[in-house]
Design a binder for this molecule. Structure first.
Ligand code: ADP
Ligand code: MG
Length: 250
């Protein structure tokens, strides 16, 4: 089952062509990492997959159901119901945590499931407490984000994403605002989710982590996918651009 399928994605900002015919498929249970230099279009691609940004042309399907279609070389966002449905199937974790500062930890987690997904509040609270336990944050449910470390805030935002019971989780550089020790804490949580067969797309600069956790690594540069392959093949690639990029990290 293809959880996510993006085909022929094109996106420009003015005359800056940021995505040039990008294809990306994510199968159920797969972990796909996206690596590449700053400005290569990684965040834009995630933002398009999660409807935070619109594409100019291309198609987008969730669970093998077309959500955005290409009509006369323009992306059509007319399938409102399909978009709404799709938005209930993913979770998103950002670089800067993006927690609501005026909500407690618990309220940050339960807000969307209760308000958007209309689920039973008591049930959601119970699940949120389970998630907090899993994240090692049981004693923090009444804390406000500003009272937590960056690593703790990021674990809350992962719990918040998981509370939506997503079929796929997107991470955009989840550790790049964290110091090395807290980074390891978050990578461990993501590895744990991978073991549980959570479907994930992870934009990251943590190369060793990408190598360990991914089924597929996508290397993007200047709006194109240079290579899309297994970690083993990526890290022994003969491609000059791949070697030059990875060389900066090894
Ligand atoms: P990455 O995440 O790989 O660093 P981005 O997707 O953030 O790359 O950016 C790709 C390119 O698109 C960059 O040149 C960036 O300046 C440009 N860009 C991204 N978002 C916008 C925007 N909202 N308006 C104009 N240009 C943008
Ligand atoms: Mg980015």
């Amino acid at each position: 089952m293809k959880i996510l399928d993006l085909q022929h994605i094109k996106k420009s900002f003015g005359d800056n062509e940021v995505l040039k015919d990008i294809d990306l498929t994510v199968e159920e249970g797969q972990v796909v990492s996206i690596i590449g230099p700053s400005g290569s279009g990684k965040s834009t691609l995630l933002r398009i997959a999660t409807f935070l940004e619109t594409m100019d042309d291309g198609t987008l399907s969730y669970n093998e159901k077309p959500v955005v279609t290409s009509v006369n070389h323009h992306a059509s966002y007319d399938h409102k119901k399909a978009i709404e449905e799709a938005m209930n199937t993913f979770g998103l974790v950002f670089q800067n945590f993006n927690l609501f500062p005026h909500f407690t930890v618990l309220k940050n987690i339960i807000d969307a499931p209760v308000r958007n997904q209309k689920r039973n509040k008591q049930e959601v609270i119970q699940e949120a407490r389970e998630l907090l336990k899993k994240m090692g944050l049981s004693d923090k449910e009444n804390a406000y984000p500003c009272e937590l470390s960056g690593g703790q805030q990021q674990r809350v935002s992962i719990a918040r994403a998981l509370a939506l019971k997503p079929k796929i989780l997107f991470f955009d550089e989840p550790t790049s605002a964290l110091d090395p020790e807290l980074t390891l804490e978050i990578l461990k949580v993501i590895k744990e989710l991978a073991k549980e067969k959570m479907t994930m797309v992870i934009v990251t600069h943590e190369m060793q982590f990408a190598r360990d956790v991914s089924d597929v690594i996508v290397f993007m540069d200047k709006g194109v996918i240079v290579e899309k392959t297994t970690p083993e093949k990526m890290f022994t690639s003969d491609n000059e651009r791949t070697k030059a990029f990875l060389g900066k990290y090894y």
